[in-house]
Design a protein around this ligand. Structure first.
Ligand code: FMN
Length: 178
């Protein structure tokens, strides 16, 4: 990332996209807490990160903690577990990332941070799960990265689709098209 800041209006567009994600029963269990680099909250968020992520996140414009609510209310007012809260929140994060990419930003998910401290320091209430952190920024130049990171700065591969799709039973592969 370049280190350039991103105006809050531009950042909010990402959350707008995220909150249109589908969810079971339209429960919308996702919650986002963010800090911008030019604000006093930044240090608290940055301090949660593992060293490896700090290295490149120092140039991010914003850090986001993605949280999901693990319970929902039924029509008759009971609070019950929301079975798909993490799945739905994963969809919302993907929308956020897609909108960011469309807007020309870098959006990068991270599990390399202290989940317990995040829950405590951000005052996440009970029955909520800290799912992930996300760094958002403007793209920088690969040449400006430390050497170790420069070496991995290339498009990633994916395993073949046939490894992850199967017809009828788990792990049996998909039917080849004619
Ligand atoms: C939930 C999640 C956690 C991740 N955690 C980290 C992380 O802590 N540090 C990091 O550098 N990348 C992290 N990544 C990035 C993945 O390693 C990356 O998305 C994956 O290797 C595929 O690469 P691509 O997104 O460039 O195609 C994470 C991605 C996701 C979705």
């Amino acid at each position: 990332m370049s280190g350039e800041l991103v105006p809050v209006e531009e950042l909010l567009r990402l959350f707008e996209a995220a909150h249109w994600a589908p969810s079971s029963g339209n429960n919308q269990p996702w919650r986002f807490v963010y800090a911008r680099r030019d604000t006093p909250e930044w240090d608290r968020f940055f301090g949660l990160l593992a060293d490896g992520n700090r290295l490149w996140c120092s140039k991010a414009a914003a850090l986001v903690v993605v949280i999901s609510r693990g319970t929902r209310e039924t029509r008759d007012g009971k609070t019950v577990p929301a079975r798909t809260h993490s799945f739905d929140t994963g969809a919302a994060w993907a929308y956020l990332a897609l909108q960011g990419t469309l807007s020309g930003l870098v959006v990068h998910g991270m599990e390399g941070f202290d989940y317990e401290r995040a829950a405590g320091e951000l005052e996440v209430p009970p029955h909520h799960t800290v799912e992930c952190m996300v760094a958002v920024g403007r793209p920088g130049r690969a040449e400006d990265l430390p050497e170790r990171l420069r070496a991995v700065e290339h498009p990633n591969e994916r395993r073949p689709v046939s490894d992850v799709v199967s017809e009828g039973r788990f792990g049996r592969g998909a039917t080849e098209s004619a």
